[in-house]
Design a protein around this ligand. Structure first.
Ligand code: PLP
Length: 374
């Protein structure tokens, strides 16, 4: 038998979560953001479920080609646009919409020979200060694009830095939204403003036109504003389960330690399970004693240091556990149990995004079949 660790992808969770984006943005179309190989889930594995969205957003040309190879004929948006002039040929050939966020990209377009004019999303730097034209340069960029025969349609896009929380004690998108509205109010074209956090927290009250939302992390069943809100609050479902089994059991006496560095010392006699999952599988080594984990669907805690191939769990809450018992590192466990990836991420001082993108190549991944339960 292969080592018992595996990752499961849940298509029903993906479609449910896209439905949640629609609930929060009923008048907008939804891009499923599938950059980084669908946040580590695998574009091909998610495709059937995510095609319930209206388009796909990503930033890697090879990933765009993979979507076209799956026969996706609908919209694909390149969130970072072109990196060099030659990329425009791929945009023409694959019919890709692309973000224009810096002046050279307009020069390249102006020099590009194409029979089919492009749809571009002109990006404003409304305060994130990562990509985009500052407000005072934005309208001039729009005017330049507007006279190019290579451009068929100009849409407008911006990105919020603090949609998931307050900023300096104020609503996190207020300052950028004001800049955005002041600069774009009289420009024509469709608008895209919201990532997952902005879609869930702000869209209903923003008072801004929003034609396309960009549903990334919420599609995969992680709460963008954890721990303020969790997936239960937003009614999102984990799209990935990382699971393994107990492969060994140790009985500790008071004073016994567990694992490298003896960072955990038993205060009383206890049973400990050794799990076939370690940092070489993508489970964060930063998760210290106390990180939540499910054994046979029962919540318990990790103890000691995570090693390359193994970690240890406290079997106190699960006295019936044995070698072969099911261990859920995150996602869906037996009998309807759930452990949000956000909780594990928090224990490691990071966010769900990083964990789902970092599941290691050695972990086999399987799409859960119809009617199959974890
Ligand atoms: C990644 C990305 C998104 C998706 O963000 P989530 O927080 O995952 O919803 C949206 N917009 C842009 C520009 C991005 O790069």
């Amino acid at each position: 038998m292969p080592r018992p660790i595996e990752a499961l992808i849940h298509p029903d969770a993906l479609s449910h979560n896209i439905g949640r984006a629609r609930d929060f943005a009923p008048d907008a179309r939804v891009w499923a953001v599938v950059k980084a190989n669908a946040y580590g889930h695998g574009i091909e594995r998610c495709f059937d479920a995510l095609r319930a969205a209206d388009g796909f957003a990503l930033l890697d040309f090879a990933e765009a080609e993979r979507l076209r190879a799956l026969d996706w004929r609908g919209p694909i948006l390149l969130l970072e646009g072109c990196f060099e002039p030659r990329d425009l040929e791929l945009c023409s050939r694959l019919n890709l919409w692309h973000v224009v966020h810096q002046p050279q990209q307009i020069d390249w377009l102006a020099a590009h020979k194409t029979h089919t004019p492009h749809r571009v999303f002109l990006k404003m730097n409304s305060g994130m200060n990562r990509l985009g034209f500052k407000p005072d340069a934005f309208r001039a960029a729009w005017a330049r694009l507007n006279v190019l025969p290579q451009v068929e349609e100009i849409s407008l896009i911006t990105h919020f830095s603090d949609a998931d929380a307050d900023r300096f004690g104020h609503n996190g998108i207020e300052h950028q939204l004001a800049t955005w509205l002041a600069t774009t109010h009289d420009l024509p074209g469709e608008r895209s403003l919201a990532n997952s956090a902005a879609t869930l927290r702000h869209l209903a009250n923003a008072g801004a036109r929003s034609d396309w939302v960009r549903a990334g992390i919420m599609s995969y069943g992680s709460a963008p504003d954890f721990p303020e809100h969790d997936i239960a609050h937003w009614n999102l479902r984990p799209a990935m389960t990382l699971r393994s089994q107990i492969i060994g059991i140790q009985e500790l006496q008071p004073g016994d330690s567990v694992g490298y560095g003896s960072s955990f010392v038993a205060e009383q006699a206890m049973r400990v399970g050794t799990v076939a999952c370690g940092y070489a599988d993508g489970y964060p080594r930063h998760c210290g004693t106390g990180t939540p984990i499910l054994v046979d669907g029962v919540r318990t805690r990790t103890i000691g240091r995570v090693s390359m191939d193994m970690l240890a769990v406290d079997l106190g809450p699960v006295p019936a556990a044995q070698v072969g018992s099911a261990v859920t590192l995150w996602g869906h466990g037996p009998r309807g149990s759930v452990l949000a990836i956000d909780e594990v991420a928090r224990a490691a001082g990071t966010i769900g995004y990083e964990l789902m993108c970092a599941v290691a190549p050695r972990v086999p991944v399987r799409v859960l079949g119809d009617g199959e339960t974890p």
